[in-house]
Design a protein around this ligand. Sequence first.
Ligand SMILES: [Zn+2]
Length: 409
Amino acid sequence: MSAPVRPLSTDEAAAFRLVRLLAAESSPYFMAALFATVPVAAPGLGTFAVDASWRLYMDPDLLVGEGAWAQADAAGVLVHEVGHLIRDHAGRAGQLPQPMSHGAWNYAADAEINDDLLAAGIALPAGVVTPAALGCEPGGLAEDYYQTTSAAGWPEPSAGEGCGSGAGTWASPVELPADVDVDGRGPLSDADGDMVRRHVAVAVREAAEGGKGRGTVPAGLARWASGVLAPPQISWRQVLRGAVRHAVALAAGQTLHTYARPSRRRVPGVILPAMRGPKVRVGIVVDTSGSMGQADLDAAMAEVSGVLRASGVDRARVLLYSCDAATSTATRVSNLAGIELVGGGGTDMRVGITAAEADRPHVVIVLTDGDTPWPEAPTRARLVCAVIRHGEPTGTPDWATTVHITPGR
Ligand SMILES: [Zn+2]
């Protein structure tokens, strides 16, 4: 049974500051994270561990006294534990199929960290977990290694042997409740943790680009940083729905404003009939000569129909046109089944847009691979260009709304 946790004593705190300084010297880009952890003395723990609120539990006998680790080793272990926090191993463990194997995840997460630490020339105790020791290729993610470690049926560590809940594995028995202050310092919230991660990611990127840090930045760490700093992935489905919804809403506002007269009568206690959908007319023009596949077209059409229905657009007011390069004509068809994708490329979608405009729609949605000229002057209808192609679409008019759809996604 270990003694209860407590704040560090004066001697222990001095030793910890020195160890932290060494850690910051070897990994300057971890500075923000090293200083964000809340140090806690955990007598009898026998190691260092972290919890998900960024508290760092250290056996004080490893910091001071005869049995203390060499300072360089302690600094290496500190960088390792902080590595669990900045890589959000706790959050990522929550994404694994449950129930998960805690031991297998701890090995996998350790391998992801140690791989980069060894590449950066940081001292680690002999026999630490590496991808090679697990029989895996280096440079991977813990999720990759977990495939191997969880299949291997390795013995589960007992609680207290792992790196703690901050690594996504068993909570160490010494871990404090989530809301307890230590030495006047509270735990970090998830939002605070994310902010520290971003700080570290920016520092890693600067070190990788400008060489401001000492030595080189390990490739795995640089990849991690770009992942943290990359803009969030928004699916084309979301963008397409948003664009169509917006165009319909603007057109609806226009039709209401122009043609509809709001009722002045409000009868108390009487529920008036639900407002009817806007009388918005929509033309959908499909490029049949494009390089886009049936599955992509179906997926895009499903999104468009869904959002039109949700926006209250009457089906009878949605007209569909098939635009064919071979004949340079556009044909009205009753449904998607009437459209045959022939491929070949090089359609003139202006023909289809003109045909659609003849029916006086408020919104025209064009589904194409983008290999087409576009009208130069703004169309009367709001134009949404849904371009299904690899690579960014180019050449769509800036007065239109363009949605980029990556095939097969
Ligand atoms: Zn670990």
